[in-house]
Ligand binder design. Structure first.
Ligand SMILES: [Zn+2]
Ligand SMILES: [Zn+2]
Length: 89
């Protein structure tokens, strides 16, 4: 089951959230270079890695990047979103 988790950027203090993990139907992957997201069908338990247009690789365990300044200096999970961790699938 996927979750929405919230993070805070250490560089610009921007708060953001992202979908993580895999649902029954789709899973979210992230680029470790530009931070873009890719939604792919959940097929099996094999780790998936896709080459991004930016040259980075898109995979499940990529660290979050700030959507505002693209910094990878992201604090760990700031804890539950104000309304808790949301299951999205
Ligand atoms: Zn930032
Ligand atoms: Zn990329």
């Amino acid at each position: 089951m996927g979750e929405i988790r919230s993070y805070r950027c250490n560089a610009c203090d921007h708060d953001f959230s992202r979908h993580e993990g895999r649902g029954f139907v789709v899973q979210m992957l992230y680029c470790d270079r530009c931070g873009c997201s890719r939604q792919i069908p959940t097929v099996d338990d094999k780790p998936v890695s896709i080459t991004c247009e930016c040259g980075g690789s898109i995979h499940e365990s990529a660290r979050p990047r700030c959507p505002a300044c693209n910094s990878s200096d992201i604090g760990d999970d700031t804890g539950p979103f104000s309304f808790g961790v949301i299951k999205w699938d």
